[in-house]
Design a binder for this molecule. Structure first.
Ligand code: GLU
Length: 347
């Protein structure tokens, strides 16, 4: 059975291209200026082969998807238990930057994929030397990308000038002893990590490190431990797509995904590959409209193929075993007949 990923992606691209719903994010003024027509899909299989369609070199701000990589670095450096204790993996039915959630949730940090937990995760790397702190976080994104990514200077300045909610969240966390560095410096580094520019190709490569148990498909560097990748995916599943996360899980069967308000979405499909979609218009939750639609179609088609293929392989193996047994029996029968013939002839 051959999987024609290219055909699945091309057909989905054409089907989804015509959707006109959604609005680009505007609470960060510079994000409102992004081209809403950018649409790209990239896929990296488990061997590192990439296939892309559309504007796969067009770049958008990574925004919330960066949380996945800073969290991964934190798991690698501090271990799972520290992250469970200092950040947590709780759910929230409130928006990703809700002040109420920061005040009222038990852990205040909630989980690493909403702003509260994400800024606190970045603060775990706090260093008095701001430049060193910033470079450590930005360089981590480069390691996942396997190349030097560019900072979206305009996005960074625009987000910095309007960062009041994130500053407030960080001070609330500090007041509950759930923040681990100096507030302005940590929020600034977090804003930098969100402003890095990525294409669908970059995202697919970055995510495939986690899909592929920690090994970068191009540089072949061991970036994460396999057991940490499993932990990261488990933590991501219930929280990666804002308040849509549970619906996504039900629709795709537990496939981990992360989106960002820049319009990117990253989908980690176990044993198959990594899918990245970029299209800036967002739905009411903050997920790319085309990203969710195309992501759901492609993910389910790939999973369906994989399951069918597994069954097919199992059936083939069973038939092979049966034939082997039959042939063996036949061989013995023939041997016996020959020996009997020889014996009779001697008589
Ligand atoms: N930098 C954005 C913020 O902090 C990221 C939000 C997102 O993509 O969910 O608001």
């Amino acid at each position: 059975m051959n999987l024609n990923i290219k055909k699945i992606i091309d057909e989905t691209y054409d089907k989804v291209k015509v959707i006109k719903d959604g609005k680009v994010a505007s609470y960060i003024p510079q994000l409102a200026k992004v081209d809403p027509n950018i649409f790209a899909i990239s896929f990296v299989d488990t061997k590192g082969n990439m296939y892309s369609i559309g504007d796969s070199d067009s770049k958008v701000a990574i925004e919330s998807i960066s949380k996945l990589f800073t969290f991964s670095k934190a798991v690698h450096k501090f271990g799972e238990n520290t992250l469970l204790e200092k950040i947590g993996v709780g759910g929230s039915s409130l928006p990703f930057n809700s002040i109420i959630a920061a005040l009222e949730s038990k852990t205040h940090t909630i989980n690493p994929f909403v702003n509260q937990g994400a800024i606190a995760t970045t603060s775990l790397f706090y260093d008095k030397n701001h430049k060193k702190f910033k470079n450590e976080i930005l360089n981590n994104l480069n390691i996942f990308a396997g190349k030097q990514l560019k900072l979206g200077e305009k996005i960074y300045h625009s987000e910095s000038e309007t960062n009041n909610t994130n500053m407030a969240l960080a001070y609330i966390l500090k007041s509950f002893n759930r923040f681990y560095g100096q507030v302005p410096s940590s929020v600034d580094v977090y804003t930098h990590q969100c402003s890095v520019l990525v294409s669908s190709k970059d995202l697919a490569l970055m995510g495939s490190v986690i899909t592929n148990n920690g090994i970068h498909p191009k540089t072949k560097k061991h970036i994460l431990k396999p057991e940490h990748c499993q932990f990261i995916k488990r933590a991501l599943r219930p929280a990666g797509l804002y308040e849509f996360s549970n619906t996504w899980i039900v629709k795709t069967g537990c496939v981990a995904a992360k989106s960002g308000v820049g319009g990117g979405i990253l989908i980690l499909i176990p044993d198959i590959g990594t899918l990245a979609i970029v299209s800036p218009p967002l739905d009411e939750y903050g997920n790319s409209v085309k990203g969710i639609k195309a992501g759901e179609i492609i993910t389910n088609k790939l999973l369906h193929f994989c399951n069918k293929n597994k069954k097919h392989k199992k059936a083939k193996k069973k038939t092979k075993k049966k034939t082997k047994k039959k042939n063996k029996k036949k061989k013995y029968k023939n041997q016996f007949k020959k020996t009997l013939k020889k014996y009779r002839a001697r008589k």
